[in-house]
Every structure is written in structure tokens, then in C-alpha cells.
Design a binder for this molecule. Structure first.
Ligand SMILES: Cc1ncc(COP(=O)(O)O)c(C=O)c1O
Length: 417
């Protein structure tokens, strides 16, 4: 259908949009284990009111919108404090985890070029690290060595050490990694990076707004943040377990010198001086203001409440999987990312893709992932409210699929259309 010639009444336009949403995942009912993270009605309200205020503003030029410069500085400072950044720690807001990772990889490349004269940069990335690192290598012309994980799904640090070359500019660890939810040995990876004169990026897109609160709640938390010497940069997504709407992440550096390698400054254009902190040009104020508003509304106590609910919910999910013959949990018991897989040692292993399909028919959304074939759950506070219902339908679904196998073996973390 071409664009209509004459405009249409607002109510009709909105009614069409609502109709298009009919087939979408039911996140408002707590039925998505990923994609949308729901902090509850008050979090929606504060985000929506902030979004209304900043719907049209543009952080391209914070001299025109000093409010957005302030909001960014505060979100960055609050996040740096949570992650024990030293007083000189500095960063920027970005549109999401992928952009934060792209910026950190670019900064590592540029540091290698300027300080060590590296012209053919190389990075070492465990196979569990997010696909965004591969995208960065592709975009920025960096050779990437992918290293294996160990039996506990954490990065094999010895393999990473063996992969380092004189041109290595970056080593990556995750806190936690997405597929099995485990935290890599960040101190060991950071030590390797330091010895090589390279950056170490700790990807806490998933954990940045969980691990600090888990630690405050007394859950065992391995060292992973800026308290680890040698961690040069961290990505932490406010739009995941920070419960802000999409479009908000923070990329942080231990100091301003490391951050300077990320920025782009150009003074040779007829349009005037161009200074750009991240990969964007025009930068929507909406996600920045909404992230600021959600963080400010929740405060540390709000995040402790949501993190506690989330981690208890993840514990219940793991317990249910372990109590089900034919299923097993991949990874440890620590945080909010849960991977369930078939148990090959069981008398009747359950095909998790068939199980995922049965759950989807009941309105529950898990990502399929692999290898190995597994169902992913990023548990968040919105799931906690409906866990009794989920667990009942999980049991029904297990009974329904025992002995069946899904013909479709595809996995779809992200799509093109
Ligand atoms: C560990 C990790 N890093 C990076 C990302 C990418 O974040 P985004 O989807 O916001 O680009 C994700 C997304 O789930 C993730 O789990």
C-alpha cells in the first residue's frame, strides 16, 4: 500500500497501530523472558511522563539542550558509582548494548593505533560473548579470534592467553554472558589484557543493573567491575534490567583518556565544528530522559526490590527445570539468565524446542538458542508476578511434548525484516 494522499484522523491512525500490535509478544502480562523488561506500573508512568517531556528534543547539540547534557552526565555518574568506577571514570549514553560495545571496540582499536602503532588490529573474544563484538570486528576492520568456553560455560582464559598476538588491542569478558548466564573470570582476562597493553572490556549489558544489587543483597558475586585492575571499559544497559524503555545504555571507561579514543571530532566541514561522542548523529532525548527518570524514581532501594524479585523468580525456574526428568539447566545458579536444555542422560530426554513451541502456544516467549539446543530465559521482575501460572503451564507443556521432537530446528535471536 502506498502512503495515503490525504492525512487521516489521529484516532484512526492510533486504532491501526493498536490493531497491528495484536500478534505481538504479551510482555505486559509477564510472558516474555527477554526483549522487554517490565518494572511495573509506576516505572511505566515515570518513563512515559518523561518521554512526553522529551519526545522531540535532540542531544546532538547539548548547548541547545543543556538539560540532556545534564541527564547524560548524571546517568553516567550514577552507573559509574554502582560499578565502582574511580573518580576519573567517564562515559556516554548510547542507544543500547550493541552501540556501547561498538564504541568500546572502536576505542580499543584507536588506543592500539595511537599508543602502539597497530595498523592491523586483533581482538580475542570468547564464543559466549555477544554477537555485537563480531559486528564491531566486521565494521571496524578488526581481526577476531573466537576462543572456546570451558565445561562451566565461562571463557577459557588459557585459550584466550594463547590467542593474544602483538596486534591484540582488546580482550572481552562478560558479566554475565547471555547464552548460559555465567560470569567470566574477569580478573584473569583483565590481567592478560594489562600484560598485553590491550583494553579489557567487561560486557555487563545484562548484568550492569543486576550484579551490583545482587551483591548488596548478599548473593555471592565474583569480582568483575572497575574494582578489578585492568578492566578498561564496561557496558551496562539501562534498557534491560535497569527497567528503562529501549534506547538507553551506558559505556564507561576507567578514565577520560581511555574514553577519548571513542569520540570523533572533525573541524573541516562547511556545516561547522562536529564533535560526536558515540555512533549517532541526532540523538533522541526521549530514551535519555526516560532512563534518567526510571533510575531516579527507583533509586537503590527500588532496584534492590526488583532484583530480589527477579533472582527469586530465576531460582524458582531453575528448581522447576531441575525437578523435571529429561531437562537440565546449563550454567550456574547465580543470576537472572537461565538456559534449559535436554538432559541426554535421562530415560526420556525432552526436546526443548518442542517444549518452547508448546509454551509459545500458551503465550510464553522463550528464545531458542544454540549450540547446544536450549531455551533461553532472561528473567526480570515482570515475570515474577506470574510465575505460579507459568510453572503450572510449564508442567502441562512438558507433559504434552514428552516423546515429541520439533521438526523446525531454527534459532532466531535477531531478525532482518
Ligand atoms: C551480554 C549482552 N551484551 C550485549 C547485548 C546487546 O544489547 P542490545 O540488544 O541492547 O544491543 C545483549 C543483549 O541481550 C547481551 O545480553
Amino acid at each position: 500500500m502506498p502512503l495515503n494522499q490525504t492525512g487521516r484522523p489521529i484516532d484512526d491512525v492510533i486504532a491501526d497501530l493498536r490493531a497491528k500490535q495484536a500478534g505481538d509478544a504479551r510482555w505486559r502480562e509477564g510472558r516474555t523472558f527477554g526483549l522487554v523488561f517490565d518494572g511495573g506500573p509506576e516505572v511505566h508512568e515515570v518513563a512515559e511522563r518523561a518521554a512526553q517531556l522529551f519526545l522531540h528534543e535532540n542531544a546532538l547539540n547539548t548547548k541547545a539542550f543543556p538539560s540532556l547534557g545534564e541527564l547524560q552526565a548524571e546517568v553516567v555518574r550514577w552507573t559509574a558509582d554502582l560499578l565502582h568506577g574511580p573518580s576519573g571514570a567517564a562515559g556516554f549514553m548510547t542507544s543500547g548494548g550493541t552501540e556501547s560495545i561498538l564504541c568500546a571496540v572502536l576505542a580499543a582499536r584507536e588506543r592500539g593505533r595511537k599508543e602502539r602503532g597497530i595498523t592491523q588490529p586483533h581482538m580475542v573474544v570468547p564464543e559466549s560473548a555477544h554477537a555485537a563484538f563480531h559486528k564491531a570486528a566486521h565494521l571496524f576492520g578488526i581481526e577476531l579470534t573466537k576462543t572456546p568456553v570451558k565445561a562451566d560455560w565461562t571463557a577459557d582464559v588459557e585459550a584466550m592467553a594463547a590467542a593474544i598476538t602483538p596486534d591484540t588491542v582488546l580482550l572481552v569478558g562478560s558479566a554475565p554472558q547471555f547464552p548460559q548466564g555465567v560470569v567470566d573470570d574477569i580478573p584473569a582476562i583483565a590481567a592478560l589484557a594489562q600484560a598485553a597493553g590491550a583494553n579489557c572490556h567487561a560486557d555487563a549489558c545484562m548484568g550492569g543493573f543486576v550484579l551490583p544489587f545482587a551483591e548488596m543483597l548478599g548473593r555471592p558475586t565474583p569480582p568483575w567491575d572497575f574494582r578489578v585492575e585492568g578492566v578498561s571499559s564496561i557496558s551496562a544497559d539501562v534498557h534491560k534490567l535497569g527497567y528503562a524503555p529501549k534506547g538507553a545504555s551506558v559505556v564507561l571507561y576507567r578514565d577520560r583518556d581511555l574514553r577519548a579514543h571513542q569520540t570523533f571530532v572533525f573541524d573541516g566541514w562547511l556545516g561547522g565544528f562536529y564533535a560526536s561522542p558515540n555512533l549517532q548523529g541526532s540523538r533522541p532525548g526521549l530514551p535519555m530522559a526516560a532512563a534518567w527518570a526510571v533510575m531516579s524514581h527507583l533509586g537503590v532501594d527500588g532496584y534492590l526490590r526488583l532484583t530480589d524479585a527477579t533472582l527469586r523468580c530465576a531460582d524458582r525456574l531453575r528448581a522447576a527445570i531441575r525437578a523435571t526428568p529429561g531437562l537440565r539447566v546449563l550454567g550456574d545458579d547465580a543470576y537472572h539468565l537461565v538456559a534449559m536444555a535436554s538432559d541426554p542422560a535421562a530415560a526420556h530426554p525432552i526436546d526443548v524446542f518442542a517444549l518452547g513451541d508448546a509454551l509459545a502456544r500458551r503465550g510464553w516467549l522463550h528464545d531458542r538458542q544454540g549450540p547446544p539446543d536450549s531455551l533461553h530465559a532472561t528473567v526480570s521482575a515482570g515475570n515474577a508476578r506470574v510465575m505460579d501460572l507459568y510453572l503450572a503451564e510449564f508442567e502441562d507443556s512438558v507433559a504434552e511434548v514428552t516423546g515429541r521432537r520439533a521438526a523446525d530446528r531454527s534459532t532466531d535471536y535477531a531478525t532482518l525484516e
